[in-house]
Design a protein around this ligand. Structure first.
Ligand code: NOJ
Ligand code: CA
Length: 703
């Protein structure tokens, strides 16, 4: 009797704990049950979550919430409702690594309310390749907007994983990656005090940027990033090295300690955790794109994947200049004598247009065409450039007509030098000027510190600026490639016209700095490129800067064959043949690969992959049955047997192989490329040899 009574009491107590609306355990499995997300509330009512992958915890107990000025969106919460839905649709990106993307997830929405009557929902999407979650703050009594001082989101690691990271930096992603254990990350905040306005932000913590890739002891790979970053600062991560926990750290605004101000209702970007059983799974994942909204610009069939050349590398290697006067002292008007070194002259542009037309390129980028370059660097003044005034030695009327006759488009360049208010005041006129001159693509640039002062490249104000540019260019049917912008978070799904970006260390660093180590390009596809296409600008044949100036010691840290393979491994629907026409003219047989390689794909297969070591991809041309293979290595020589099991059964193909030639080595002997042709069919195995810092590029033509 006594025993039964106790049992009854215990049962009653258990039922009482369950709120009537939250009868189910707040957890959700992905459609294929590989990924599980569990939601919970701590004793103080702070939301938390855990993630497991293939039955193993990959994100341990981690807290959630927002630090909102004057309001409590941290704790005291109770679940007021819980709902679930499933979604399974296939969508077709206008361009991409694959022609179709399946968006298949189970979603769980947890609505919360706390004692302060604050309402907040957390939405979790469980895909088979990872998790996305975001906060939604609905419109609510007495609150029209929120001021976000920080985000409390945590990512608790379950082991001391091998991690590929770049240091936290509010203004740039152009860093070399370091590989270390989580507990050994020593990225002292890079520039958390760039101006006096931010001195209060010097904090004794370690910080890194996303996409952050990790490998667990059992081979499972994780990538932490964000998706659909709109109207909010970029998320960087502070790390607690003892507890192996990452904590969201939003990039600040000029109004410290405010990070973001948002009108209600408001949804934060998605926080994403990509889960894969190996490195190849990261390449196969379309998690970031899938977490973005469909096109906001309607039909985007006018966006054309583009291959281009340009008046560009010649300035980086120092044989010509952006400004017309050779950066002389501009203090007196009489000093303004043409230096004779200006790159963007009518004559030179004509030469590039001829070269592009002859070799079948779509576009010619022209940098240094407009007035202002004599004042652009390091002066941090507001009115540097005009975006409608060419230098006197650049005959834009003639060149527009000439390019049109030749069937080539001139690609516009807008270096803002981060005088962003100046750019905003000229944007409409600048885009109309482009249209009037037959141009439909622009490369923007944000070198230097942002004006308005105190704003950061990756802060909310700039994130909103980039969106204004994406919208304004879309309105004019202009394609956009941004340099020094915030890193992509899958935005090309929503603004397909914003089709490429730099936002990482590009090939240019090899021209004038210590450069990018040979492993750099084997890390990018798993990190930066998870967010979207990268305008890396490959294709350098003259890899030694001493060829331009005997005093120079800088070199490109790859063999020439690897430069070819990058067109396949470094995804972008916009690819540059970055070297000088005269260098290509000398090696037209090698150049043939760059002419043949497409920039838009029906399918992608991973042939081999290990982050920081090597990657090999086979991609099927969007518009033919031809396959293109790129295989690259870090500083180590490697051999692979490529299994051609992706080819169509019964079809015959001719493969042209561009491989590291005899004795090739990125440092000692970068130039030799051996070209050979072989007949291949489905199921064949092709052995390849990669030199130190080398690569192999293969064009497989269907017969
Ligand atoms: C840096 C960009 O990354 C580069 O491509 C450009 O040439 C210079 N800024 C000048 O705008
Ligand atoms: Ca740059």
């Amino acid at each position: 009797m006594q025993k039964n009574y106790l049992l009854w009491l215990a049962l009653m107590a258990m039922t009482a704990c369950q709120s009537p609306t939250a009868s189910k355990i707040p957890q959700i499995d992905s459609p294929g049950k590989t990924v599980r997300v569990e939601f919970n509330l701590t004793a103080s009512g702070q939301p938390g979550y855990k993630v497991s992958f293939n039955g193993k915890e990959v994100i341990g107990q981690s807290l959630l919430g927002l630090d909102i000025q004057g309001q409590n969106f941290r704790d005291g919460f109770k679940i007021t409702s819980q709902s679930e839905r499933s979604y399974d649709q296939t969508w077709k990106p206008p361009y991409g690594e694959v022609a179709e993307i399946r968006e298949h997830f189970n979603e769980m929405t947890i609505q919360l309310e706390n004692a302060d009557k604050h309402k907040m929902s957390i939405i979790f999407k469980a895909f088979d390749d990872g998790v996305g979650f975001r906060y939604e703050i609905p419109a609510q009594d007495g609150l029209d907007s929120i001021t976000v001082n920080d985000e409390l989101t945590e990512f608790q690691m379950t082991g001391d994983h091998k991690t590929w990271w770049i240091p936290g930096d509010w203004d740039s992603n152009e860093h070399v990656y370091t590989t270390s254990k989580t507990s050994e990350i020593d990225a002292t905040p890079y520039n958390e005090a760039p101006t006096p306005i931010h001195t209060q932000h010097i904090v004794d913590v370690y910080s890194v940027q996303t996409p952050l890739a990790m490998q667990m002891a059992d081979g499972t790979h994780l990538v932490i990033h964000e998706a659909a970053l709109w109207d909010y600062p970029a998320m960087q991560l502070h790390i607690n090295r003892e507890s192996l926990k990452y904590i969201a750290a939003l990039v600040p605004s000029a109004k410290a300690p405010v990070k973001s101000v948002n009108k209600l209702p408001f949804k934060t970007p998605w926080r994403s955790i990509l889960t894969a059983k190996n490195a190849a799974g990261i390449i196969d994942s379309k998690l970031t794109l899938n977490l973005n909204d469909p096109s906001a610009i309607g039909d985007a069939s006018w966006v054309k994947p583009t291959k281009y050349v340009g008046i560009w590398w010649e300035m980086h290697v120092g044989i010509s200049t952006w400004d017309m006067y050779g950066l002389q002292d501009m203090s007196s008007a009489t000093n303004r004598k043409p230096s004779g070194k200006h790159g963007a002259t009518t004559e030179n542009t004509k030469r590039y247009i001829d070269f592009a037309a002859k070799h079948g390129f779509d576009g010619v980028l022209v940098e240094g065409w407009n007035v202002g370059w004599e004042d652009w660097f390091g002066k941090w003044i507001d009115s540097v450039f005009s975006f409608t005034t060419p230098y006197p030695d650049y005959d834009i009327e003639f060149l527009s007509k000439y390019a049109k006759e030749k069937g080539v488009k001139i690609i516009m360049h807008h270096e803002t030098s981060s005088a962003v208010t100046n750019y905003e005041s000229q944007m409409e006129a600048a885009y109309q000027f482009m249209i009037d001159h037959g141009m439909d693509a622009v490369k923007t640039g944000y070198v230097g510190k942002i004006i308005p002062r105190g704003e950061m490249h990756d802060g909310q104000w700039m994130v909103n600026h980039y969106r204004r540019v994406a919208e304004a260019t879309a309105k004019h049917k202009i394609m956009l490639n941004s340099h020094e912008s915030v890193r992509p978070t899958g935005w090309s799904r929503t603004y397909p016209n914003w089709f490429s970006a730099e936002a990482a260390r590009g090939n240019e660093f090899n021209a004038w700095s210590l450069g990018n180590p040979p492993e750099h390009e084997t890390i990018m596809p798993f990190t930066r490129i998870q967010g979207g296409g990268f305008d890396y600008t490959p294709g350098i044949f003259e890899t030694r800067m001493s060829a331009y100036d005997p005093k120079k010691t800088e070199v490109v840290h790859t063999t020439v064959a690897k430069q070819l393979a990058l067109y396949v491994t470094m995804y972008s629907p916009l690819q540059m043949a970055a070297d000088l026409p005269q260098n290509y003219e000398k090696r037209l047989d090698v150049f043939q690969f760059i002419k043949d390689v497409p920039v838009d794909w029906k399918d992608t297969k991973v042939l081999h992959a290990a982050i920081g070591d090597h990657i090999g991809l086979a991609r099927l041309d969007k518009n033919s049955d031809n396959w293109f293979i790129g295989s690259i290595t870090d500083e180590e020589a490697r051999n692979f047997d490529l299994k051609l099991d992706f080819l169509t059964d019964g079809k015959n193909y001719e493969a042209t192989i561009y491989e590291d030639g005899e004795g090739a080595d990125w440092k000692a002997n970068p130039y030799p490329v051996n070209i050979r042709k072989v007949e291949v069919k489905k199921g064949d195995v092709l052995p390849i040899k990669l030199a130190p810092g080398g690569g192999t590029a293969i064009a497989v033509f269907a017969k």
